[in-house]
Design a protein around this ligand. Structure first.
Ligand code: DLL
Length: 437
């Protein structure tokens, strides 16, 4: 593989460790000063007995209280804002929340900083002027659309803000204008690949796609491989959350051994979600992030609920920004069946390694007579429905066995034809837990 190690922002991407840590400390001190301008943090620090928190070593951040999603809800709408209204230029909101939305406000400087960060990510994986970038993420309050848009324009890519949905039209664009780069959720991309096949297009013959940026939800290596094969593209993982701007918090470099978390913008910690203690490097836990560059709404020790670990050592690309492993899932995504903890990503990993499985699956949990029942509906490629019943039964049994080996619980497996489960064009909803209804 030809690997590009060029940087968009060499002064930050090639920064030395010592200089980076000093920069983090300075930025952290400034961030704390800025945060205290918001009513929320003034009160939070007062309650923690810190009238003005001072930090002289990075480790001292551990003495500061966490910020949680619930804090943002309680402070709705402006409680965490640190600048006058006339300095704010953009509002985004976190997806998938119940009750009050989680609002994030940005100044002009925040938006510019975010765009530069995204440009860094895209450039790192080889996006260059001349690329045609179809941004197939929802534009709006969700950060996936606008977040990548400005970074891509900054590099000078030709941006097609097509948004999500209208899949056939999107594919016509691929063909007619020669799209080379897409940004899409993995679950929507699985559906896209299905429609490309239905339209009888051969990616290597009919399309010019070469790169896909994928994130906003967890996906396994098996899904990546499946999509790379189906669309003849290279897939790069992009992580982010609205509370930390959105996409671009961490991104894979061409060596694809974890995602570089941009430590000049965010101070990361991995904690034990139960005790809140910072874990030794390499242990899996919850990612906690502090903004280091944000002006309009800095966040201190924000609990992401995302589970990951730091990968030890320096990446072969030379960037010293620490890498995190692909996100396993959110601690609040985990469900318990018959006392066993299960993440949807475990089920996804098993299914996407099975060649007969098509694009989509759904996990349904019921409780009957006090017992939990786990059903996994799986779309199987059309050709297997043309065969005999016995071979379908064998596929069903194979899936059940493989799932049971991984998740311990014995699931019921239902095989369904492609297109039976409504496809998602954004973040997929994989679990229906009827016990919670
Ligand atoms: O999903 C921001 C984003 C947009 C990231 C486009 C990447 C690409 P939220 O809607 O606030 O923001 O959801 C954030 O999505 O806490 C994770 O649980 C999950 N998530 C985001 N990226 C990944 C990823 C956007 N690469 C929540 N892998 C986060 C796994 C991801 N989970």
């Amino acid at each position: 593989m030809k690997v590009t190690t060029d940087c968009w922002a060499p002064e930050w991407e090639r920064i030395e460790e010592k200089v980076l840590r000093q920069h983090q400390l300075t930025r952290l001190q400034e961030t704390l000063k800025q945060a205290t301008k918001s009513p929320f943090y003034r009160e939070k620090f007062r309650q923690a007995g810190l009238s003005f928190p001072k930090i002289s070593h990075l480790e001292e951040i551990q003495q500061l209280p966490f910020t949680e999603k619930e804090d943002l809800r309680q402070s709705y709408p402006f409680g965490l804002v640190t600048v006058p209204l006339e300095k704010l230029v953009r509002l985004h909101a976190s997806s998938g929340t119940t009750g009050k939305s989680t609002l994030i406000f940005h100044t002009k400087k925040d938006i510019d900083t975010w765009a530069s960060l995204v440009a860094r990510c895209l450039y790192m994986v080889g996006a260059r002027p001349g690329d045609i970038f179809q941004n197939m993420m929802t534009y709006g309050l969700f950060t996936g659309g606008l977040g990548l848009h400005y970074g891509a324009e900054k590099i000078g890519l030709l941006v097609v803000p097509s948004g999500s949905g209208n899949t056939q039209k999107q594919i016509e664009f691929f063909r007619d204008i020669g799209t080379t780069l897409i940004h899409i959720t993995p679950s929507y991309c699985l559906h896209l690949a299905q429609v490309v096949a239905e339209m009888e297009l051969l990616p290597e013959r009919d399309l010019k796609l070469r790169l896909a940026i994928m994130g906003a939800e967890p996906y396994s290596e098996a899904t990546r491989k499946k999509l790379e094969k189906a669309l003849n593209i290279k897939v790069y993982n992009c992580y982010g959350l609205s509370e930390m701007n959105g996409p671009g918090v961490a991104f894979e470099c061409p060596f694809q051994h974890g995602l570089h978390l941009w430590e000049d913008h965010f101070f990361p910690e991995i904690i034990d979600p139960e005790t809140g203690r910072v874990l030794p490097e390499g242990e899996e836990g919850e990612l906690v992030l502090t903004t280091l560059q944000r002006e309009g709404m800095p966040l201190i020790r924000y609990r992401t609920r995302d589970l990951t670990r730091f990968i030890r050592g320096i990446c072969r690309c030379g960037r010293i920004h620490r890498r995190i492993e692909r996100i396993k899932g959110r601690s609040d995504d985990m469900f318990i069946v018959k006392g066993v903890n299960i993440f949807p990503s475990q089920i996804e990993t098993v299914l996407m390694e099975i060649p007969e499985v098509d694009a989509n699956f759904l996990i349904i949990i019921d409780r009957k007579e006090g017992l939990d029942l786990l059903t996994v509906q799986v779309e199987i490629k059309q050709e297997y429905f043309r065969g005999d019943l016995q071979s379908l039964r064998e596929i069903q049994e194979k899936i059940r066995e493989k799932l049971k080996n991984t998740i311990i619980v014995n699931p019921m497996v239902e095989l369904v034809e492609p297109g039976t489960i409504p496809p998602s064009t954004g973040k997929a909803k994989r679990v229906i837990d009827n016990r919670r209804l």
